[in-house]
Design a protein around this ligand. Structure first.
Ligand SMILES: Nc1nc2c(ncn2[C@@H]2O[C@H](COP(=O)(O)OP(=O)(O)OP(=O)(O)O)[C@@H](O)[C@H]2O)c(=O)[nH]1
Ligand SMILES: [Mg+2]
Length: 204
């Protein structure tokens, strides 16, 4: 898939604000600070389209970015939305605020109706958190198409990347029926593989 252009569409706080067209939606889910907004910027090759921050809890709205894309030959239109969800598990938020964010994420996942793929981001260095497990199990239970991206691969030795991904898959998905992949926005590695995987889901 070739990505031609990407633009901010809307920040939504409720269903009535979600885009009304029928374009596929590719959603970033993961704990705060794991690199969801950076992932979008890396894939669309724009430094500052989605707002990123070293301060967790930056994305508090549902941000939709319209991506103009075609197949590799430039023949077929494959436009879609990237949907940047707020991160969960931000420790500086009160319990009540965390529950609010959780409800907000769930409302989108239930009501969107146009989700082609959930890209579930976890940190390649650490075992999934309790919140990660809850979110992962929710996505599986709801039968939402998903892949798992082990992000920040630049933070560990290249020789450990495959082992860590394997270990994370054994913890989260012992059935091994979901694709797990390493990624790094810092080094821009595996960008092509992930873009092609997104394309596969868009065409399902
Ligand atoms: N080393 C490294 N840093 C990364 C990578 N991806 C993101 N970061 C950094 O991690 C921090 C958080 O990135 P964001 O993309 O804002 O994370 P987010 O998941 O959108 O966070 P919230 O919006 O708070 O949920 C920033 O300082 C990024 O530069 C990566 O692959 N490698
Ligand atoms: Mg973000």
């Amino acid at each position: 898939m070739k990505i031609k252009n990407a633009d901010f569409t809307i920040s939504a706080v409720k269903e009535s604000q979600y885009p009304k067209d029928d374009l596929n939606q590719v959603v970033l889910v993961g704990k705060s600070n794991v690199g969801k907004s950076s992932f979008i910027n890396t894939i669309v090759n724009r430094k500052k389209l989605a707002r990123t921050s070293s301060e967790p809890g930056k994305t508090r709205l549902i941000n939709f970015y319209k991506v103009n894309a075609t197949d590799d030959e430039g023949n077929k239109n494959e436009d879609f939305y990237f949907v940047d969800l707020p991160g969960y598990g931000f420790s500086k938020m009160s319990k009540a605020e965390q529950i609010e964010v959780g409800k907000f994420i769930e409302e989108y996942l239930v009501k969107s109706g146009k989700i082609a793929l959930v890209i579930f981001l976890i940190d390649i260095r650490h075992s999934p958190t309790e919140d990660d497990n809850l979110m992962y199990n929710y996505i599986i239970k709801e039968n939402i198409p998903s892949i798992v991206i082990a992000n920040k691969a630049d933070k560990i030795a290249i020789t450990k990347v495959d082992d860590n991904v394997k270990k994370l898959q054994e913890e989260l998905n012992p059935l091994k029926d979901i694709t797990f992949m390493p990624f790094s926005s810092e080094r821009k590695i595996y960008t092509k593989e992930v873009t092609d995987l997104i394309e596969e889901f868009l065409n399902r």
